[in-house]
Design a protein around this ligand. Structure first.
Ligand code: TXA
Ligand code: MG
Length: 314
């Protein structure tokens, strides 16, 4: 039996399987299998208030799971799928409430990885959060997933993820009688890019970032490696060290330095891998930011993950 057949068999039997996507590896369950969905939460140690993203391999399958798919959803899906964009839409009433944590809307995404697209052909949808223990660093290789869950979870090895951070999560909401796009979680697609896509499709639409974490699961701390990440914004490295030692009541003896470079796409691709690589042999990871990294919209998604992974900022 091929690995793909084995993955299919396990999912249909109510087990979970780790799947590759272009963003991060997912821990998947068949949306029709209550046992599989429950297992996602138990294996991940994930709280039930945090909704799962449903992965599908076509726009038609996404539409089949929703009660309202606007022309805005359609235009964004046509341009960005398969790819790192999750679209929120009202869910079918009979969808398993575990998937959406009881919310009336569901997050849908068509991932861009040939193995996973092949697997998805046989399912109405696969619900998949990132394949890491809740709150920990997301996995971007099959090796990372094995390190997290050992032999208990079958991993479809699809190589290293090339986007490297989770998808943009965007909702289409009604505001003052008009549709508006709200980005709940920043990712590869910026609000400005989504705006341009809609404008080019003849659907000019106000597009902005949600100020407060309206999406459940958007906690202040997430993605944290085992050693503290210290982020320097307005201070030099000595001031950062001194202030962080005081605040965290620790003395650091072996700090690693993570240089994010000048290309946000490249920095995102290697970000989680770098946090893992720099952990052994060090007691803190220092990231000094430039003004551009802090302010430019193209860095926004990475700054979001960095700040959530950080124990101290100054
Ligand atoms: O790139 C990705 O999106 C990866 C890969 C595996 O596809 N998945 C991922 O899943 O990042 P996860 O569970 O780590 O993040 C899911 C987040 C939730 O925490 C929540 O913020 C948002 O997506 N979300 C999902 N469904 C939602 C809903 N119905 N309403 C609002 N936000 C939702
Ligand atoms: Mg996650």
């Amino acid at each position: 039996m091929s690995l793909l057949d084995e993955a299919r068999r396990r999912l249909k039997a109510g087990d979970v399987v780790a799947i590759p996507t272009e963003t991060v590896y997912g821990l998947a369950a068949d949306i029709q299998q209550d046992a599989g969905l429950k297992r996602v939460f138990s294996v991940k140690e994930r709280p039930f208030f945090d909704p799962l993203i449903v992965h599908i391999d076509s726009i038609d399958k996404a539409r089949a799971l929703t009660t309202e798919w606007t022309e805005i959803h359609q235009a964004l899906a046509l341009k960005c799928w398969p790819g790192p964009l999750t679209l929120i839409a009202p869910k079918l009433p009979n969808m398993n409430p575990l998937i959406t944590s009881g919310l009336t809307e569901v997050g849908l995404r068509c991932p861009r990885h040939p193995l996973t697209l092949e697997l998805l052909k046989d399912f109405d949808g696969l619900a998949a959060p990132s394949a890491n223990k809740f709150g920990k660093t997301s996995p971007t290789t099959a090796e990372h997933v094995r390190g997290e869950f050992g032999e208990t979870v079958l991993v479809l090895d699809g190589g290293a993820c090339d986007v490297g951070i989770e998808s943009t999560v965007a909702a289409v909401v009604r505001a003052g009688g008009r549709w508006k796009v709200m980005v709940y979680r920043p990712g590869f697609y910026t609000a400005a890019t989504l705006h341009d896509i809609l404008e080019n499709a003849g659907l000019p639409t106000e597009t902005s970032y949600a100020e407060s974490p309206v999406a459940p699961g958007q906690l202040e701390h997430h993605y944290m490696p085992p050693i503290p990440v210290l982020v320097g914004e307005k201070v030099d490295v000595h001031e950062l060290l001194e202030a962080s030692q005081k605040k965290l009541k620790k003395t650091f003896h072996a700090q690693a330095r993570l240089d994010l470079g000048s290309d946000p796409a490249l920095a995102a691709r290697t970000f989680y891998q770098s946090l893992r690589d720099l952990t052994p042999g060090h007691d803190a990871i220092i990231v000094m930011l430039t003004a551009e990294q802090r302010k430019d919209e193209n860095w926004r998604a990475l700054m979001n993950r960095l700040y959530k992974a950080a124990s101290f900022r100054a």
